[in-house]
Design a protein around this ligand. Structure first.
Ligand code: ATP
Length: 191
């Protein structure tokens, strides 16, 4: 059975933590394809207006250049409004009825899973895969969710940290790919 990974998030901006999640998942789950899906508006961050999608998508394209197994899916951005995982996952079950679907999340999301929209259905449709995140205890999956935790490459980088560093005039060179750091500078993002 084909293994497909789904990785949603704000990617505002994409950073090396995200890329190491992708790499760990590909290796440990033998994924043939991984779909990265930037949210239009995250339900978890209602107070924050995300950077325009075209900028976030541009950085993601730079970060994933040459990684043939990684694909950017623009469906949430195109739908607009608040992006709910269940809507995206339903689309994947329709498009890939024969595949096994793995939904990647950072350890910070595990305790909140029962609050996700249509939680019961979501738990039936995908297996959740947790990537350890430094500073986040690894907790068991709350029922009815099932999933596993990867060994991964735990890295304590976050998008908010990258944004704060840019604002504060600090370097981000080793937190995001060099091409992404350059594009952030050239496009005067996150100032
Ligand atoms: P912010 O700092 O703005 O909250 P973020 O760095 O958490 O952003 P998102 O794009 O919101 O980035 O994250 C998308 C997904 O990637 C989430 O499931 C999140 O838990 C996970 N993730 C982000 N960074 C890491 C990391 N360093 N290690 C493991 N998982 C991560």
């Amino acid at each position: 059975m084909e293994h497909l990974g789904i990785f949603g998030g704000s990617f505002d901006p994409v950073h090396l933590g995200h890329l190491l999640v992708a790499q760990a998942a590909q290796e440990e789950l033998s994924l043939s394809r991984l779909f990265l899906i930037p949210a239009a508006q995250s339900p978890f961050k209602p107070e924050r207006q995300p950077t325009p999608a075209k900028d976030r998508l541009g950085l993601l394209r730079l970060a994933l250049a040459g990684k043939e197994w990684c694909e950017i899916d623009e469906q949430e951005v195109k739908r607009g409004g608040v992006s709910y995982t269940i809507d995206t996952v339903r689309d994947y079950t329709r498009r890939f009825p024969q595949a096994e679907l793995f939904y990647l999340i950072g350890a910070d999301h595990v305790p909140e899973l029962p609050k996700w929209r249509q939680a019961e259905e979501l738990a039936r449709l995908v297996e959740f895969v947790v990537i350890p995140r430094p500073g986040q205890a690894s907790l068991p999956f709350p029922a009815p969710f099932r999933g596993r935790t990867l060994a991964g490459f735990p890295l304590g980088v976050s998008s908010s940290q990258v944004r704060e560093r840019v604002k504060g005039g600090l370097p981000i060179d080793h937190l995001v790919p060099a091409t992404v750091a350059e594009a952030i500078r050239n496009n005067r993002l996150y100032l």
